[in-house]
Design a protein around this ligand. Structure first.
Ligand code: PRP
Length: 179
């Protein structure tokens, strides 16, 4: 693909790691049911692949959030655009994210979700970008630590496109500059 400058995580590596995470989650939640909470839109691809490798009963629910303020610097104030359909009270909830960057989105979400009294609340992210972290977030399952670069693919978008690409890549600078 012309837009790709460098592949950061290949499709094979993602699929191998997703299988490992699914196995670990299945062991940790043995005897329980899990509600996978997908944070749209980035978490969707990861949720679909991850769920195939979880062997305990799994339900899905979806949330969509957006940050207030300008797009380049997150304000930490998050607006719920689409809320969960089901109550999570008494349920084991596993948040599924594509990437944790500043941590501000999840920091808000975790507080919000805790107030709904789930039996447990854990976080699973495919990618962790610790260089930009502004609030400490305890992450239970991490696929890969990634460098502080603009990443696209496997859920991560560039102007809403390329989320469907099955690997994670750095786009060519001229694409970003000319966009
Ligand atoms: C991305 C990602 C996380 C959030 C992480 O979503 O999916 O939800 O940003 O960033 P943070 O740790 O700095 O808060 P985005 O707002 O880009 O929406 P999207 O999932 O629809 O792409």
């Amino acid at each position: 693909m012309d837009i790709v400058d460098r592949i950061i995580i290949s499709e094979d590596d993602i699929q191998r790691r997703v299988r490992e995470l699914g196995k670990a989650i299945s062991q940790d939640y043995a005897g329980k049911e899990i509600t996978l909470l997908c944070v749209l839109k980035g978490g969707l691809m990861f949720l679909c692949d991850l769920a195939k490798h979880i062997t305990v009963p799994v339900a899905y629910d979806f949330m969509s959030v957006s940050s207030y303020g300008d797009a380049t610097e997150s304000s930490g104030v998050v607006r719920i655009v689409k809320d969960l359909e089901e109550s999570i009270e008494g349920k084991h909830v596993l948040i599924v994210e594509d990437i944790i960057d500043t941590g501000l989105t999840l920091s808000y979400l975790v507080k919000n979700l805790h107030s709904r009294n789930p039996a447990s609340l854990r976080i699973c992210t495919l990618l962790n970008k610790p260089a930009n972290r502004r609030v400490d977030i305890p992450i239970d399952y991490v696929g890969f630590e990634v460098p502080n670069e603009f990443l696209v693919g496997y859920g991560l978008d560039f102007k809403q496109f390329y989320r469907n690409i099955p690997f994670v890549f750095v786009p060519k600078k001229e694409y970003i500059q000319n966009a």
